[in-house]
Design a protein around this ligand. Structure first.
Ligand code: SAH
Length: 513
């Protein structure tokens, strides 16, 4: 039985710019052969797949095309679901045709999943409309590379000088001078607005705008390399008014997210959505507590409790893992009511089919205690949580006369020496601008991992804390906290960072004209 091959477009770089169909296909793939230009985050969408980089980059290739073709055929003949993942759209200057021909010739079923092409995405993220009611009614997308087996000639580009309004050139960085000259020879005014967009749609995006005849020198002076797309036409003049992506306050900022891997994804997405680059480095490892007995007993008798309270998504995950082990499911909660410390914990519950009866207004232990007491909660109360945690919640409830069983569902452990050294190296290398602390435990774990060097390594960074409790923990360890969120969520934290960045920019004296 033959398998099947999907030629899939991975989009231009922003991992959000992938189609729903591509996501589906990647999720079910057995093998993924990917180009180096695809966003690395997309590989996380293929949990089952064997991943193989075929290293093609900017049109030149490191794995010969014939070898890629043979690998596709071979995997498909073994009955596997094979994805050939390419940057942008798979058929646009992507050599997908050769692969499709081979598959068709061998009678292997295939599907083509289009992707967002880099020229369209680069235009959108640079704020350059490709067409415009008055300024442009035609568009040409061309390659700056020679045709296979022939010398490059300026002939085709010269014709575009007068044939179309907007010209968009891929793979042209290395011969910008020739391209600009050919367009001018072909009739385009030398002063026509032009732009080159490097690493479009990513936090590394850079845009150089100049009149056509000056663009090559200006791009070279700025050190623009590959991948980049060039735009020539009156529409480029609209960028100053239409730009949005690279003018946002956090654009390009490299943000350390020191959270456990499975919890970092959401924060990383939120960071990316603001045009910043998340640098995920888990500083905490979760383990079973040394004595899991009390937790297990409590989980086996959940319906004895009037309330079960969760103060972290970890607590929710661990509890459900235990129920799973017991061969039970959400029904084990019986008539027990459920409280959550904040929206993230509530979302972890919803993901398991449970709706929290109470979510704290203020996302700290005191806040949850207050919300519960306001709801006239009675005991007994179960609190499955980290082995080491703050006592505010159980203490307040006990103070109000409730019986509270606190059980350790997990414990967190500091990083091993090797990972700690890797974190120190990351910071010492200046590869991070901002650090997001989303809990006191990440503060403690980061400081402990870095040891004596912690203050020195973190000093150059902007330190942002999710709320006052985390801020206090950071201050107690000697850190200077630059930003604290008013709304204690990752989004609230990023809002606060944006606000701060805007205020700082407004306070800076204008650069000399
Ligand atoms: N199939 C791809 C194009 C492959 S050719 C697509 O649909 O986009 C590779 C060229 O695409 C690069 O040399 C560059 O010109 C362009 N390119 C791809 N990704 C880019 C990006 N993020 N920013 C700017 N140009 C990009």
């Amino acid at each position: 039985m033959f398998g099947k091959v999907w030629l899939v477009g991975g989009g231009p770089g922003d991992p959000g710019l992938i189609t729903a169909r591509a996501r589906e296909v990647l999720g079910a793939a057995d093998v993924v052969l990917y180009d180096s230009l695809v966003a690395p985050e997309l590989l996380e969408l293929c949990p089952r797949a064997e991943l193989r980089s075929v290293g093609k980059r900017f049109g030149s290739e490191s794995t010969p095309q014939a070898e890629i073709r043979d690998a596709l055929l071979e995997h498909a003949r073994k009955g596997r679901r094979v994805v050939r993942l390419k940057g942008g759209d798979p058929t646009l200057f992507g050599r997908a045709c050769e692969e499709v021909s081979a598959l068709a010739g061998a009678g292997i079923p295939f599907e083509i999943v289009p992707g967002v092409p880099s020229p369209l995405a680069a235009a959108a993220y640079a704020g350059i409309p490709l067409t415009h009611l008055e300024l442009s009614s035609s568009l040409a997308i061309v390659t700056g590379k020679e045709r296979s087996g022939t010398e490059w000639s300026s002939e085709r580009i010269r014709k575009l000088g007068s044939a179309v309004d907007t010209v968009c050139i891929l793979m042209g960085t290395h011969r910008l001078e020739e391209i600009a000259a050919a367009l001018v020879e072909g009739g385009r005014a030398p002063g026509t607005p032009a732009a080159i967009v490097e690493w479009a749609t990513t936090p590394r995006q850079r845009v150089v705008v100049a009149p056509l005849h000056e663009l090559p020198a200006r791009a070279r002076a700025a050190g623009i390399g590959s991948p980049a797309v060039v735009f020539v036409g009156e529409v480029v003049g609209l960028r100053e008014r239409h730009r949005w992506f690279d003018s946002r306050p956090l654009f390009g900022r490299r943000v350390l997210v020191p959270r456990p891997e499975h919890q970092a994804a959401e924060t990383a997405r939120a960071v990316r959505a603001r045009g910043a680059a998340p640098v995920v480095f888990p500083v905490i490892e979760l383990h079973d507590p040394p004595d899991p007995g009390p937790f297990r007993e409590a989980m086996a008798a959940l319906d004895r409790y009037a309330w079960v309270l969760f103060t972290s998504a970890n607590g929710v995950d661990r509890s459900f893992a235990e129920l799973d082990r017991l061969g039970r499911d959400a029904r084990a909660f019986g008539r027990a009511r459920i409280g959550a410390i904040g929206p993230r914990t509530a979302a972890a519950l919803t993901a398991r089919g449970l709706r929290a009866d109470v979510v704290a207004d203020e996302f700290v232990g005191e806040g949850l205690a207050r919300s519960l007491l306001a709801a006239d909660a009675a005991g007994p109360v179960l609190l499955p949580r980290a082995r080491v945690a703050r006592e505010a919640l159980p203490d307040t409830l006990r103070g109000a006369g409730l019986q509270v069983d606190v059980v350790a569902a997990y414990e967190t452990r500091p990083l091993g020496a090797e990972r700690a050294a890797a974190l120190a190296e990351l910071l010492a290398g200046g590869r991070v601008d901002t650090c997001l602390f989303t809990s006191t435990s990440t503060v403690t774990a980061t400081m402990d991992a870095l040891g004596d060097r912690a203050l020195g390594l973190l000093h150059p960074l902007q330190i942002a804390c999710i709320g006052p409790v985390t801020e206090r923990a950071a201050a107690e360890r000697g850190l200077r906290v630059d930003v604290t969120a008013r709304s204690y969520t990752a989004e609230g934290l990023l809002d606060a960072l944006e606000e701060r960045t805007r205020a700082d920019a407004a306070a800076r004296p204008a650069p000399p004209a």
